[in-house]
Write a protein that binds this ligand. Sequence first.
Ligand code: FMN
Ligand code: SF4
Ligand code: SF4
Length: 262
Amino acid sequence: MPIKGINVDSCNLCGECINECPMGNFNKPNGKIIFDNSRRCILCGHCIAICPENAIIYDDMKDSALDFEEKDDYQSYNAIYKLLRSKRSIRQYKSQKVPKNMIEKVIECIRYAPVGMNKRTLKCLVISHETKINDLIDSIIDTIESEEEREEYKKKRKENIDPFFYNAPHIFILHSNNDWDSKNAVIAITYAMLGAETLGLGSCWIGGVQIFLNENKEIAKNLFSIDDEIFGIMILGYPTVKYYRAPPRPPMETEFISEPPV
Ligand SMILES: Cc1cc2nc3c(=O)[nH]c(=O)nc-3n(C[C@H](O)[C@H](O)[C@H](O)COP(=O)(O)O)c2cc1C
Ligand code: SF4
Ligand code: SF4
């Protein structure tokens, strides 16, 4: 278990860890703060985050804590609002591939997304190989039941049109055998898409293929050895489009039970 205990020399007995831990793993029996390692820890790291003295002792998590000196920068409502409004689903891509270090930055965004009970079971497959992407497209088309539809797609393929992934050079597939990941993957992909936007990359959720691959499991199994559930598919690449404004959206239907103060 990564949380090992408390550095009693640094601990100022403030009790923040007791109030914060969602699993009730800290207590103060005899005037000293105790970490009870017999209880369940979901590794959420909230004790590490909240301790003012950095007194929580933990095992190597292959990551380090991020200090908040410049917190104000990324918490600006205006900056986030602009990002949320300006991010579009991109359906026109350059053929140019995204360098690995940028793909890794997008994966980092997934890594820090919230996860139910902090159970980090989602796996991510990134397909950047043209032949593999073509194999996937062709396998999907070959599996479509309606002959008429199949022929229509084949015609598009001859015109070099990618009818599912919009010729994006990268496909992310999030998969696992944990049902909760159906929710977690939605958030993970949202984080990835927002992160991608800040890097000048375009992305789009490809829900139709996700449903199709889950209904026809042999495709992902044969091509990528994925035999669990696919919870999200996202494409990524450099957009060929430029937007000049964010479109308007209808008002959010909201009901207040008791009006908040003005
Ligand atoms: C789908 C989902 C369901 C969650 N349900 C609960 C919940 O019922 N109770 C709770 O305390 N936290 C819940 N959480 C919060 C997670 O436990 C939390 O995101 C995770 O421990 C990581 O901590 P962080 O969000 O501070 O990074 C949920 C998170 C997600 C994404
Ligand atoms: S990591 Fe989370 S669950 Fe574990 S002890 Fe710290 S606050 Fe509690
Ligand atoms: S939050 Fe840190 S300083 Fe405060 S009681 Fe817990 S371990 Fe001690």
